[in-house]
Design a binder for this molecule. Structure first.
Ligand code: A2P
Length: 279
């Protein structure tokens, strides 16, 4: 229920880009929030930009469209604005989201990512996804798609971890050259949940530089971190269940960082991921 409420507050606040996934198990709540706001007359469907994700167990090409159709059914929407391959590695298809062998090791699956991509292209052609993209792809994996013979649509975006402690300068430049938008996840440095976050990397929002710059503008470290990303052309998808912080994270369009401040923040890069995706 908290997701339903948070998405409604976010839409009222002005957010239009909603980042979702089947594996977040809350697409029914997100869909309900969007539909309620449409019914209220607050927004139209075309105002919303919903991103859905193809999970690792669904990479075989014949599973791609049915998987997207399942997401649409849960959302009760006709299309997603963006559908992305969540991770470049495939897991064994089946009901288990994390299929494991008797030793607790993930069971991977051999699928040609290019074949998966062709099935994504077919989803766009069928109008089920307005745009298609990828996530957690490195340069080589992107090149595999970009150099695929007969490529019909390029990935429009690559969603990767990106924030002042992990600025991704090389990938950002590569994507810029190829007109691929970087969508930065964990733009605030994650929730620091030890089950999936490398907490040996220090908390981003405690950073003295971000806090000092924030003081100058009467902004928080979170607002400075978000502003930094959008100012360098990185789309941000901050997550909050807290109404006050949902609003705070939207108040980043009434100030701008100087070139010197941007450089200072860029220099914070530690090249260390919070989200190591060890599987
Ligand atoms: P909460 O949901 O209680 O607000 P990320 O977007 O990098 O994944 O970070 C999400 C985490 O950051 C969540 O734990 C969220 O907690 C917290 N968070 C979101 N916005 C802010 C903010 N403005 N200041 C401090 N923490 C925030």
């Amino acid at each position: 229920g908290s997701c339903l409420e948070s998405v409604k507050i976010a839409i009222d606040t002005g957010y239009r880009h909603i980042d979702g996934a089947f594996v977040y198990y809350n697409e029914h709540e997100v869909g309900q929030a969007i539909r309620e706001k449409i019914a209220e007359g607050k927004i139209k469907r075309e105002d919303i930009f919903y991103c859905g994700k193809l999970w690792n167990t669904c990479h075989p090409p014949e599973l791609v469209r049915p998987t997207l159709e399942k997401t649409l059914k849960i959302l009760q929407l006709d299309y997603v604005d963006l559908y992305i391959i969540e991770l470049p590695m495939a897991f064994k298809p089946g009901d288990a989201i994390y299929p494991k062998d008797e030793n607790g090791k993930i069971i991977y699956h051999e699928t040609d990512l290019c074949a998966t991509w062709e099935a994504m292209e077919a989803c766009k052609d069928a109008g089920l996804a307005k745009s298609i993209g990828v996530s957690n792809f490195n340069r080589r994996q992107l090149e595999m798609i970009l150099n695929k013979p007969g490529l019909k649509y390029k990935p429009v975006s690559n969603q990767v971890e990106c924030h002042p402690y992990f600025t991704q300068p090389k990938l950002l430049e590569f994507c810029r050259q190829h007109d691929i938008v970087i969508v930065g996840y964990s733009p605030l440095g994650t929730s620091r949940d030890e089950t999936w976050v490398n907490v040996s990397s220090p908390p981003l929002l405690k950073d003295p530089v971000l806090n000092a710059i924030g003081k100058k503008y009467n902004k928080t470290a979170a607002q400075v971190a978000l502003r930094f990303s959008i100012q360098r052309g990185v789309v941000v998808i901050p997550k909050s269940f807290n109404p006050q912080r949902i609003k705070e994270n939207f108040q980043i369009f009434d100030f701008s960082l100087t070139e010197k401040e941007m450089k200072e923040i860029e220099a914070l890069n530690k090249n260390v991921r919070y989200v190591e995706l060890l599987m």
